[in-house]
Design a protein around this ligand. Structure first.
Ligand code: NDP
Length: 301
């Protein structure tokens, strides 16, 4: 199996480099020119012609797209770039996948929904993004589906990775310096590890490879739910229990409206994962297990 990985250095892309290595030959690209067995290639999603050329040069059996314009607030003002990277590049990738009869594995977001109510979103629920990032990711999904290529699109939420910065590490850093933290308590979702997103995508692809009717959109997140505030409290308690010296005395719950940002955020980011679990007979862990592993690494325990 020949695999083209786009966005190799993002949270999910980095974990995919690990998870894909046992499936076959992996050509992993980021936006910069790289020397590959297929020539000097770049996977820059803002250069649609260059992107098409790179896919044609590799002629993969599977394309994993982990690249995206993920700066949610910046997308409100940098609309053209967000649209090209999240929507138009998805069409180029999907059209090439269709032409090659290749699979496309792609990631999307709960931000395609408006965040109303408290019920976990199903794949069949109506979409209505509340910010421009969500709108571009939705357009990307629609263009992939319209292309007719074999695809697995995983909508997920609140992604973190052991590598690089994430919400939990930011809370730890702030808790070391500040006596009081104010954290949003009315957005509900599920912290999802990039390692889980990579591993589940690989497991699902292996099944879909021999069962093309599994092509479609799936919701993917661990079990359970939390708020940013409860997540922060959990991280801080864990650090204290493991001997970290923290300045923080109180972690105050605040409302989304108390923390205005350029892009609106949906309040309900819960995802119903029944379709994924039953279609692929997969078990999803509780969100705390992945966060604990990441914290053990971050705290060097
Ligand atoms: P990251 O922001 O960690 O990684 C995104 C990657 O995309 C980066 O490596 C970035 O490269 C790359 N990228 C951005 N623009 C371009 C471009 N023009 N050409 C090539 N590469 C580009 O994102 P995640 O790993 O967290 O996200 C993976 C997927 O999950 C995305 O589809 C995202 O929409 C989705 N998702 C993410 C969530 C989250 O909380 N992060 C929540 C829900 C869904 P560079 O480093 O060079 O900028």
């Amino acid at each position: 199996m020949k695999i083209l990985l786009l966005g190799k250095n993002g949270q999910v892309g980095w974990e995919l480099q690990r998870a894909l290595s046992v499936l076959g030959e992996v050509v992993a690209l980021d936006r910069h020119l790289a020397n590959t067995p297929y020539g000097d290639l770049a996977g820059d999603l803002s250069d649609l012609d260059g992107l098409r050329d790179a896919i044609q040069a590799v002629a993969p059996d599977v394309i994993f797209n982990a690249a995206a314009y993920t700066a949610v607030d910046k997308a409100e003002s940098d609309r053209d770039t967000a649209h090209v990277v999240n929507a138009l590049a998805s069409k180029v990738i999907a059209d090439e996948a269709k032409r090659l009869d290749a699979w496309l594995v792609h990631y999307s977001t709960d931000y395609v929904f408006d965040g109303t109510g408290s019920t976990p979103w199903k794949e069949t629920d109506s979409v209505a993004p509340v910010n421009y990032y969500g709108a571009t990711k939705l357009k990307g999904e629609q263009l992939i589906q319209a292309s007719g290529c074999k695809h697995l699109i995983f909508r997920t939420s609140w992604v973190y990775a052991a590598r690089g910065n994430n919400f939990a590490k930011t809370m730890l850093r702030l808790a070391k310096d500040r006596p009081v933290l104010n954290v949003i308590a009315d957005q509900v979702g599920v912290p999802t590890g990039a390692d889980l997103l990579a591993d589940v995508a690989v497991a699902a692809l292996q099944q879909a490879w021999v069962k093309p009717e599994l092509s479609g959109i799936y919701h993917l997140a661990p079990t359970g739910e939390t708020t940013w505030h409860a997540y922060a409290c959990c991280v801080i308690q864990f650090a204290r229990d493991h001997g970290e010296k923290l300045e923080v005395q109180s972690v105050n719950p605040i409302a989304t409206t108390d923390y205005p940002t350029p892009a609106s955020r949906p309040l309900n980011s819960r995802l119903d994962t029944t379709k994924l679990r039953t279609s692929f007979k997969l078990h999803l862990p509780e969100w705390q297990s992945g966060v604990t592993r990441m914290l053990m690494e971050a705290l060097n325990k």
